[in-house]
Write a protein that binds this ligand. Sequence first.
Ligand SMILES: Nc1nc2c(ncn2[C@@H]2O[C@H](COP(=O)(O)OP(=O)(O)OP(=O)(O)O)[C@@H](O)[C@H]2O)c(=O)[nH]1
Length: 641
Amino acid sequence: MHLTLTTDDPKPSYGRRLSREWRTLLLGLLLCCLALIWLMTAALFHARSRSIEEHAQNMAQAQLNLASIQFEQQFTLLRTALQQRALEREASALPAPIDNLDELWLIPPQGAPRALSGSSNRPPLHIQALARRLVSDPADGAPFVLLPPPLQFSVSKRIPFLLPACNRSGVCRASYYGSFNASDWLPALLRDTPGSQIRLFNRAGQLLIQSTPAPTQTLSTWRRLAQWLTLLPSPHMEASAVVPSIPLRITVAVSTRGTWSTDRSLPLLLLGSTLLSALLAFFGIVGNRLHHQARRERRQLDEHTALLALSNANLKKKLHKLASTHQDLQALLDTIQVGVLILHPDRHEVTTANMAAGRLFGLHISELIGRSILSLLADPADVEGCESLLDQGLGISDREIQLRDGGGKIFWSQVSMRRVRFNDHHSIVMSVVDISERMSHNQQLQREKQETERLVKQLQEMQHELYERATHDDLTGVANRPHFLQQAQQAYRQALRQGTPLGLAIIDLDMFKLVNDTYGHDAGDLVLQQVAMACESCLDEGQQLGRLGGEEFAILMPHCDYAQAIELAEQVKRKIAELIISYHDDRIRVTLSIGVSCWSPQDRPLLIGRLFKLADLALYQAKETGRNRVVPARALNCLEP
Ligand SMILES: Nc1nc2c(ncn2[C@@H]2O[C@H](COP(=O)(O)OP(=O)(O)OP(=O)(O)O)[C@@H](O)[C@H]2O)c(=O)[nH]1
């Protein structure tokens, strides 16, 4: 399975990148091997150098031994010369000594003397004369100390390298310097040769210092000069020996600085150059990759820049178009007398508003823009409701909402909100109509309506009361005579239409005058109320009780024939006869006399008054026949309905 990466920018395949990494790895390994080889070479070279140094030190020691022998010979000659000169001076005058030891002068082989100590820069006459004499005759016969000329030796050794083409050789050169400790022999020498001069020559055999020091001062002066002469740049090898025949210590110092530096630094240079090459190769590879990457990124950046410029131009065009559209929209909105606000779909902030909206809220349009519409809602419940609806993307249609204007004043408004797409952007268009005046009228109307409803209700109650008063008996609450007669007329008409029977019973309390006379009129009223209630309790639905006047009542019984009417009358009579009415401490009992009449469909039509007349005749008959009785009208032979 091959993995193929496809992008707009062609990149090397995975296999090619892998081989490049392998090449880099192999190059690194090769450089490491080379560095290892050069390290081994440096170690071998260092070992060889150590052997050469040992050889050079042996050579120096041998030269030192040779110098010791030469010194011994020189001082033997010196002693002999001194003894010979001492004998010769007995007959000749000694040259004027140089008394001032603090003034030491260096007399170069060619040139003017130079002060080594003291304050005078100009040499005195005797120094100038001495210099002239020494230049003309350096081998003057005055006593002198001669240091041997510098010894030089050289060693040469071939140093093979591992690489066949590289044959190198190292050369060691060293200079011989001598110093001596004159603490023992120089005072004795000066004592033996009083007034003598000491001359100091350099390693080329040229006279440097000529002096006749006092014994006590000469020691330190000469030690200082000797130290000055024996200064070495930086000795690395040192050997010393004591000349056995004279109190002289000879020190040989061999400077190797600069001798082996070339050969010692060569492996280090090679190693450094190898490491530097490795580093350069590494940084070259990395730099190459970075360069390619930078070029690729630069190309991508250029493409992105071009795309950005293109989109920027398009954006400018759209912005320009949007600005002109916005101006048109603003002009259009300003012609509308309804407040219109355009809101951000998510933040619900006002982005555009017309002048009518500004007037509604008492704010300039610029003050409205940026405000959250939720901050303009006065009722927290509306805030929650509107926020929920807007978040769900739903709209609001003609909702009556209380808004708060810029001064904090609350006014009623009719608000509609709808999410629209305008210029490829979603927005919420909100229309606001001030309905505070209408709401005030509505509230006034509502109040008036409530008042009217209250009055109507009161009127109805009064009407009902009037009706009740007009149709019902004040004392017993049953239908009064006119209303009962009216109802009897209607029931009769209905019986005629439907062809159903209609029963009528007229009831009269027996001996009621006696009740009034015995217990009083109030007791009579109570009896009338209790009798009416007892009679009503015996009635079925549709049957009607009425008070015809005084102690006289009547019962209208639709759909009842004679038998049913008589049965009901008997029931009422029994009920009243069993009724005991308590009045204070008295127990009052009354009876009824009832006359019953009935119209049947088989009968011929009659006036309702005739039916009453028949019942009344029957009642009269009941009174006449002993009271507490029910007498049907049909029992009266003389009467026909
Ligand atoms: N307490 C009271 N008495 C009334 C009322 N209306 C009529 N009366 C009395 O009822 C009595 C009727 O008496 P009467 O007509 O003589 O009849 P009665 O005494 O019942 O005798 P009979 O009918 O023959 O049995 C009268 O005394 C009236 O004053 C009323 O509303 N209240």
